[in-house]
Design a protein around this ligand. Structure first.
Ligand SMILES: [Zn+2]
Length: 313
């Protein structure tokens, strides 16, 4: 579930997606009514695909924002009006008649990449995404690390410059203020030269990281400089994670996935190699998301699988 769209998927433990639906996030201002709408869509999706509801063992929800997983409550989502302190878990359990688990979106994403994506087969996986902000999730020893309010893995707010750029969180010099999509778009609005490829791709609209990637593919000097800066700060964040967590795989979503090997992943790997001990980098893989466009589906499915396992234990 995001601020604009809800992706519904019915799947099984093998990672087969049996049915999918996507629709605008209902925003009536009343989370109870919105959840009722979502639950009806889920039941009718099963019906349309002739999947008997009694076959459904559990549901998993990937939600934006901090939450109390044990209580099943979404605490304070930034983009969902009327959803503060919504008892998502309990309400959906009564609407769907199955155990329901909730996780924040970055935690659900790392579960998805670990089970079905670029982290398959590894025990220690970190996922980093750079969409609007910078989110992260951590699986260590095959277990999701949650911390207080499911906030472990908030890598976006690792300070990388002491007196640096202002961050949306109120701090200064956070990684997110350098590589988050929103922060980068603000910088591009100020700095993009009118005669650059980035301005040409933006075609009069506000320039975004997508325009930078498109212009960099054509060799535009301003775009390549911007990507160089992005790769530098991203590598800096990964080096810190490398020393603290010594993961086997760091999976990168959104911007690095879109930019690809030559423009992002290769330069980031090279920079990380400069600053991480050989023993740690020998075992570290830095990869683009393996779930790609299907990440929202696999995120919910992974939470559902974990919920079914917990219910069975
Ligand atoms: Zn911050």
């Amino acid at each position: 579930m995001g601020g604009t769209k809800v992706a519904l998927a019915l799947g099984n433990a093998a990672g087969e997606l049996l049915a999918r639906d996507i629709f605008p996030t209902p925003q009536s201002g009343d989370s109870g009514r919105d959840l009722d709408h979502i639950a009806k869509r889920a039941r009718s999706l099963a019906e349309r695909h002739e999947i008997a509801w009694r076959r459904i063992e559990a549901a998993g929800v990937s939600l934006p924002g901090p939450l109390d997983r044990e209580a099943g409550i979404l605490l304070n989502p930034p983009n969902l009006a009327g959803w503060a302190n919504a008892p998502v878990g309990r309400q959906l359990e009564s609407l769907l008649g199955v155990p329901v688990g909730i996780e924040n979106d970055a935690n659900a994403a790392v579960l998805a990449e670990w089970r079905f994506g670029a982290g398959q087969g590894a025990n220690d996986v970190v996922y980093l995404t750079m969409s609007t902000g910078v989110g992260g999730g951590i699986v260590l020893g095959g277990r999701l690390q949650r911390g207080i309010q499911s906030s472990a893995g908030e890598v976006g707010h690792l300070p990388i410059e002491w007196d640096g750029e202002c961050c949306a969180c109120g701090m200064k010099g956070c990684l997110e203020a350098y590589i988050g999509g929103a922060a980068w778009s603000r910088r591009l609005a100020e700095q993009t030269p009118a005669d650059s490829g980035v301005a040409r791709f933006a075609a009069g609209a506000a320039p975004t990281p997508e325009h930078v990637v498109a212009a960099a593919r054509e060799g535009d000097a301003f775009a390549l400089g911007e990507l160089d800066r992005f790769n530098h700060y991203l590598a800096w964040g990964i080096v810190q994670l490398g020393f603290v967590l010594a993961p086997e795989v760091v999976v990168l979503g959104t911007i690095p996935s879109a930019a690809g090997e030559a423009l992002c992943l290769e330069p980031v790997r090279a920079k990380v190699r400069e600053r991480l001990w050989p023993a740690l980098q020998d075992t570290l893989r830095i990869e683009a998301s393996g779930c790609g466009d299907r990440l929202p589906d696999y995120a919910g499915l992974s939470v559902a699988i974990a919920t079914a396992q917990e219910a069975a234990d």
